[in-house]
Design a binder for this molecule. Structure first.
Ligand code: SAH
Ligand code: DHB
Ligand code: MG
Length: 214
C-alpha cells in the first residue's frame, strides 16, 4: 500500500493511535509476510465510528486477511454482538483467528474459511453493516449480496474505491478495475442507497440503505 501522506499521519497521530494489541497485529502481519493491504489506522477508526453511530450488532466482513480491520470493526460491537468475517486463504485465516484471540474478541467474531461467493448464500439477512474488502473482479456480485443481506438503515462499506487510481482510468480494462468501477456505479445509482466515497487511504464507499426492495 502507498505510504501515508503527511495529512494521513496527522490524523492517525491525533485520532487513531493504535493500542499495543493493534500494533502487535500489524507486526505479526509483517513477520508472516502477509500482503500489506490492511486498512490504515485512520480508516479503521472511521469504520469503528461508523458502526458505533448505527449501534451495529451484527456485521459482515468479506476479506479478513490478518484480522486488523476485523479488530477495529468488532471493537465497535457490544459484547453480545457478532462480526462474521470471510477469508479464503487458510494462512491468513489462522493469523486472523490469532489476532481476534489476542484482542479478547473470540466470542464476538466468527471467521468462516472459504470463498465468499460460495459462503454468502449460506448467511441469513439482517446485517447492520457489510464491509467488502476482498477480490475486486466479483465486486458487482458482492454489491448484490451486500444489499440483500443488509437491513434497512444498514451500512454498505467497500474498501479500495479508487484502486490506486485504476477506477478513474477508463483505459484500464483489467478485471479488477472493471469490478471496482462497476461497484462504484452501482452504489452511486441504486435508489435504495444514499452513498458516497470518503477519500480515506484508497477510498471507502459508504452507503446507507434507506429503502428495501430488489
Ligand atoms: N480487511 C483486511 C484486508 C483484506 S485483504 C484488513 O483491512 O485488515 C483481502 C483478503 O481477501 C485477503 O486475505 C484474501 O485472501 C481475501 N480474499 C480474496 N478473495 C477472496 C474470496 N473470493 N473469498 C474470500 N476471501 C477472499
Ligand atoms: C490491494 C489493496 C487493498 O486494500 C485490497 O483490499 C486489495 C488489494 C492492493 O493494493 O493491491
Ligand atoms: Mg482493501
Amino acid at each position: 500500500m502507498d505510504e501515508p501522506s503527511r495529512l494521513e499521519r496527522y490524523v492517525t497521530e491525533l485520532f487513531a493511535v493504535e493500542d499495543p494489541i493493534l500494533a502487535k497485529i500489524r507486526a505479526r502481519h509483517a513477520a508472516e509476510n502477509l500482503p500489506p493491504i490492511n486498512v490504515s489506522p485512520e480508516e479503521g477508526k472511521l469504520l469503528h465510528l461508523l458502526l458505533l453511530s448505527i449501534q451495529a450488532n451484527r456485521v459482515l466482513e468479506i476479506g479478513s486477511l490478518g484480522g486488523y480491520s476485523g479488530v477495529w470493526l468488532a471493537r465497535a460491537l457490544p459484547p453480545t454482538g457478532k462480526l462474521i468475517t470471510i477469508e479464503k486463504d487458510p494462512h491468513h485465516a489462522s493469523i486472523a483467528r490469532e489476532a481476534f484471540k489476542a484482542a479478547g474478541l473470540e466470542a464476538r467474531v466468527e471467521l468462516i474459511e472459504g470463498s465468499a461467493i460460495e459462503l454468502l448464500p449460506t448467511l441469513s439477512s439482517g446485517f447492520d453493516a457489510v464491509f467488502i474488502d476482498a477480490d475486486k473482479e466479483p465486486l458487482p456480485k458482492y454489491f448484490d449480496w451486500g444489499m440483500r443481506l443488509l437491513r434497512r438503515g444498514g451500512l454498505l462499506l467497500c474498501d479500495n474505491a479508487f484502486f490506486h487510481g485504476a477506477a478513474l482510468d477508463q483505459n484500464d480494462r483489467s478485471g479488477s478495475a472493471l469490478g471496482v468501477r462497476a461497484f462504484n456505479e452501482l452504489a452511486a445509482n441504486d435508489p435504495r442507497l444514499v452513498a458516497t466515497i470518503i477519500p480515506v487511504r484508497d477510498g471507502l464507499v459508504v452507503g446507507l440503505k434507506t429503502r428495501d426492495g430488489a
